[in-house]
Design a protein around this ligand. Sequence first.
Ligand SMILES: [Zn+2]
Ligand SMILES: [Zn+2]
Length: 256
Amino acid sequence: MLLTVLGCSGSVPGPNAPSSGYLLEADGFLLGVELGSGTFAALQAVRDPFALDAVLFSHLHADHCADFASLTVWRRYHPAPSRDPRLHRLPVYAPREAPTRFAGAYATSDAERAVTDLSDVFDFRPLAPGPFHIGPFEVVATTAAHPCESYSFRITHGGSTFLYTGDTGACAPVTELAKGARTILAEASWTHDAAVVPDLHLSGREAGELAAAAAAARLLLTHVPPWTDPAEVLAEARAVFDGEVVLVEQGAVYEV
Ligand SMILES: [Zn+2]
Ligand SMILES: [Zn+2]
């Protein structure tokens, strides 16, 4: 599987740095994972947005899905689509509130909302804990520790297993889901001493502990906000996890 980072700034975009967004690709299938602020610009820089075969959202905080409105405009109004968006409605795997939340973000009045549930160009598929398939990917979702409907994903393809935490506090279900994953893409939103709010985010140390408990080979750290020192987060993770630890970079591609 190839993981492309469209954006990795945590909680808000940073200076010239989109918030969360990734592409995961295997067997010619292109899966978008999150579409946070600024990622639709980054997506166009590397791919035709019509090339997306499906999109997956861990949760519906704006830093993970704000650019969905731009994808909607693109799919509805692009004058020369490379793939007919009405014949190939894009599967959107997301929490069940997604259709109303995305229609609300897109439409500007009750009248417009009444005639636009977005089903003309999207095929919404509500998430639930458990296994399912997206194209060639075997996915297992588990409920994450975050203040809204939110999931972590274990994604397997071709003998490789990849874990994406989404946003979560440290919790047993995510630790269990991560077991056996070779690569873990973990959010690390703050340093451990600053982590005063439970069930919200991982610290660098907690991300490292997650990778150590899973016996992973590699930890990719992401979702570091502009106000957090990435070097401190990296050092915390390295202090508790012996494998490779990398701070992901916008535009970088990783084999996972
Ligand atoms: Zn977030
Ligand atoms: Zn969040």
